[in-house]
Design a protein around this ligand. Structure first.
Ligand code: FES
Length: 103
């Protein structure tokens, strides 16, 4: 499983999401209380972006129709999406942020 460099830790401010592309896959990266999480950026309901969703604790809520996902597992908590989203391990190496992408 390759680790992909997605930027500096300072690129991911607390309490909001940032869209990145890692290994050709569009991700939303969230800083929730200092912990970084990476999930698929497109909501499975109508494919609106999740990176501008509302972060509440360990969840992100899609602004469009309100589907809510856990940022650590991608699990759907509630809403019309019908399924969860991919979630990817994130680690820090000094000041760099790396995300694990599937082979
Ligand atoms: S597009 Fe996200 S809930 Fe509809």
């Amino acid at each position: 499983m390759p680790w992909i460099d997605i930027g500096l830790a300072s690129d991911f401010p607390q309490g909001r999401g940032v869209a990145v592309v890692a290994d050709g896959r569009r991700l939303a990266v969230f800083n929730a209380d200092g912990q970084l999480y990476a999930v698929d950026d497109l909501c499975p309901h109508r494919r609106f972006p999740l990176n501008d969703g509302i972060v509440q604790g360990s969840t992100v809520r899609c602004r469009t129709h309100g589907s809510c996902f856990k940022v650590d597992t991608g699990e759907l908590v509630r809403g019309p999406a019908g399924r969860g989203i991919g979630a990817y391990a994130v680690k820090l190496e000094e000041t760099r942020v790396l995300v694990a992408m599937p082979d």
